[in-house]
Design a protein around this ligand. Structure first.
Ligand SMILES: C[S@@+](CC[C@H](N)C(=O)[O-])C[C@H]1O[C@@H](n2cnc3c(N)ncnc32)[C@H](O)[C@@H]1O
Length: 302
């Protein structure tokens, strides 16, 4: 929540703004009120948002854009054996999971990362300029995005939550089609359990300099509007980064959360079984509450 503190005028102002938002939904400008929600694919295709997302994915001290390095390591270690073979990383971002595979001392034969953000791909290519490694620009939820034959599919950081039920079901089926008979899929997926049923508002203080060059302090205020999007819950989020007496940056997006039984049906419909279900994020520590909803499923052919 917003830390109340005595201090500079700017700190007082941002606390007031956040308080007004939490109590009455008031936002600093008409522009803030006009903010709409987009699909994650559209949002990450926006240059300004993509630049912010890349900064967050590269920041090891937060799991805002990618899980923290230690968590990524534990995730890839959930997969059986030590050889990932041909890796297909869907919504790969800056390629953090290629680093995790290497850091875990695992082998891989090749790696193909697909992402819709040109900014993330540019960073990924500069981090991994050589080897049997490729990064391709595409929307993985489009049925005509080719998924090459592979031994490991990575759907990390709530990748399937980034698309709606139909797209998630089709994507999982296509991933299963690309997967070798003895291959595995690692899917980090947040479930609908415990999500609020009616609109909610929250606020969280962000570290100073949250975006390069931003003045601190900065508070992110979030409005979530859930709808029952059978079979699960869809939430339209609108996020505003407040500093001083104004909103520095805002964005809106939609995420979909399946129920546990929907996950079971999706997995079965793709011809897969859950060979392991894990919960790496708990209520302890400094992870945001949202992370606690994530499950890590290891999937294999039936
Ligand atoms: C939260 S980040 C996670 C990145 C990476 N998977 C990780 O865990 O470090 C989500 C990524 O998914 C990408 N993305 C979102 N929707 C996508 C889509 N439909 N097709 C391809 N990439 C997408 C974004 O550009 C972004 O890089």
């Amino acid at each position: 929540m917003v830390r109340q503190q005595s201090g500079t005028d700017s700190e007082t102002l941002v606390c007031e703004l956040a308080g007004q938002f939490l109590k009455g939904g008031r936002l600093p400008s008409a522009d803030c009120r006009r903010l709409t929600t987009a699909t994650p694919a559209a949002l990450y295709s926006d240059a300004d948002f993509a630049a912010l997302a890349v900064e967050r994915q590269l920041e090891p001290g937060t799991d805002d854009g990618s899980r923290r390095p230690g968590a990524r390591l534990r995730e890839v270690e959930l997969l059986p054996g030590n050889d990932r073979g041909r890796v297909l990383d869907l919504m790969c971002g800056v390629g953090n999971y290629l680093a995790a595979i290497v850091d875990a001392g695992q082998r891989y034969r090749s790696y193909l990362g697909i992402d819709v953000s040109t900014a993330a791909l540019a960073v990924a290519r500069s981090r991994y300029p050589a080897g049997p490694i490729r990064f391709v620009h595409a929307d993985v939820s489009e049925d005509d995005t080719a998924l090459e034959p592979c031994d490991t599919v990575l759907l990390t950081y709530e990748a399937l939550n980034h698309v709606d039920f139909d797209a998630a079901r089709r994507l999982l089926r296509r991933a299963a089609g690309a997967l070798a008979p003895d291959g595995h899929i690692l899917a980090d997926l947040a479930l609908a359990d415990g999500l609020p049923a009616s609109p909610f508002r929250t606020a969280a203080e962000l570290p100073d300099g949250y975006r390069a060059g931003d003045p601190g302090p900065c508070v992110a205020v979030v409005e979530g509007v859930p709808t029952r999007a059978a079979p699960g819950v869809s939430i339209a989020y609108r996020v505003h980064h407040l500093a001083g007496d104004r909103c520095l940056f805002h964005f809106g997006y939609r995420q979909w959360y399946p129920t546990a039984s929907t996950v079971a049906r999706m997995v079965a419909a793709a011809g897969l079984v859950v060979s392991g279900e894990h919960r790496l994020h708990g209520p302890a520590g400094d992870e945001p509450d949202a992370a606690h909803r994530a499950r890590h499923f290891v999937l294999a052919h039936r």
